[in-house]
Write a protein that binds this ligand. Structure first.
Ligand SMILES: *Cc1c(COP(=O)(O)O)cnc(C)c1O
Length: 364
């Protein structure tokens, strides 16, 4: 059996260091915010080539609090991809604002900058691209549109820790980048976690206040805030894993190169990487018109796979109250029917990957 992702392997590799880090927190007597959280924030900001990092309880909160800090509220609109994990949309809805979907570029699955301007209205406040599957969205045209129309840019980096756009690490191309440290992400905690990075000191400050009850000084509340703090135990674990991130991302990259070679003649639609993108292969996503039967075949051959994502946000019951026109986002809908994520992760052995390629060859 070849699992889609082995979540235990990275922690077994680092067992002693992780246990020591957890023990350090337990022994410190400091269990909310404090030095471990601050140390992680400093290290992650440096890693992301950003001036500030504010850690948070999870990725959804990172998106939500960043939008709040940008002043997004009821009546506002935020441009989002039509094909993303629903968290991107939910963060907008949590502000009382409206997600306005834009279709992706078919080759890269990332938001199509050429379609953004047509979706803008006087109510648009923010453009929210997602670096989907670990590949950066095309930021320069997005930033140019935002500048031209006076909009903020929030990036959803939940799948792209360590990726580069035109040589520079994701972390502060737009106004803010929101990160998730959900266990399965390229940088994952032993539970939930999240953060924002930014070069904007004022936005960082607002988010830092929002995450802690709207408070800067204990029992003094300047705004109605939230409780969204990264656990110090998770911060300590993330500090250990951050040191491994580049090495693990490099292993993902060699696995991706191996898939691209091994599946070149398979008839599957394979991922395409623009010259300006250095992706981190959070997922290796292929497409096939009979995706479901391909997945059944792989399951039968003992190969795990997942679908990211089977139902696009606009087709979820959660957004059924919107009066969508008939088939409003055909690309997002077709991708939901065709995409399949193959086993990918820093601890996938080459021999097992060869078996995955073999199982696909025996189908297509
Ligand atoms: C994982 C993910 C999130 C949400 O992160 P959580 O930490 O699970 O809240 C947001 N956006 C994308 C694209 C994700 O993949």
């Amino acid at each position: 059996m070849i699992p889609f992702l082995d979540l235990k392997a990275p922690h077994i590799e680092l067992r002693d260091e992780i246990n020591a880090a957890i023990d350090r927190v337990v022994s410190s007597g400091w269990y909310v915010l404090g030095p471990e959280v601050e140390a992680f924030e400093a290290e992650y900001a440096t890693y992301c080539e950003a001036s500030h990092c504010v850690s948070l309880a999870n990725g959804l909160d990172a998106l939500h609090l960043a939008l709040r800090a940008m002043g997004v509220g009821p009546g506002d609109e935020v441009i989002v991809p039509s094909n993303t994990y629903i968290a991107t949309w939910l963060a907008v809805s949590q502000c009382g604002a409206t997600p306005v979907p834009v279709e992706p570029v078919e080759a890269t699955y990332n938001i199509d900058p050429a379609l953004i301007e047509a979706a803008l209205t006087p109510r648009t406040k923010v453009v929210l691209p997602v670096h989907l599957y670990g590949q950066p969205a095309d930021m320069d045209p997005i930033l140019a549109i935002a500048r031209k129309h006076g909009l903020r840019v929030l990036e959803d980096g939940a799948q792209a820790h360590g990726a580069r756009y035109k040589g520079r690490r994701l972390g502060a191309h737009g106004d803010v980048v929101a990160w998730s440290f959900y266990p399965g992400k390229n940088l994952g905690a032993l539970g939930d976690g999240g953060a924002i990075t930014t070069n904007d000191a004022e936005l960082a400050d607002r988010i830092r206040v929002l995450r802690n009850y709207g408070s800067r000084a204990k029992y003094v509340n300047e705004v109605q805030g939230f409780n969204s703090r990264l656990d110090p135990i998770q911060a300590a674990v993330l500090r250990v894993k951050l040191k491994k991130l580049d090495e693990w991302n490099a292993r993902r990259a060699s696995l991706a190169a191996q898939y691209l070679r091994g599946l070149a003649d398979s008839g599957l639609v394979l991922p395409q990487v623009p010259v300006w993108a250095s992706p981190v292969w959070h997922l290796f996503v292929v497409r096939h018109p009979q995706r479901d039967t391909l997945q059944e075949h792989l399951t039968g051959a003992g190969v795990g796979s997942l679908i990211h994502y089977p139902i696009p946000p606009h087709k979820q019951q959660a957004y059924a109250y919107v009066n969508w026109p008939l088939d409003p986002f055909p690309l997002a809908s077709r991708m939901a029917k065709e995409v399949l994520s193959l086993p990918m992760g820093p601890h996938l052995e080459l021999s097992k990957q060869a078996a995955v390629i073999g199982a696909i060859d025996s189908y297509v």
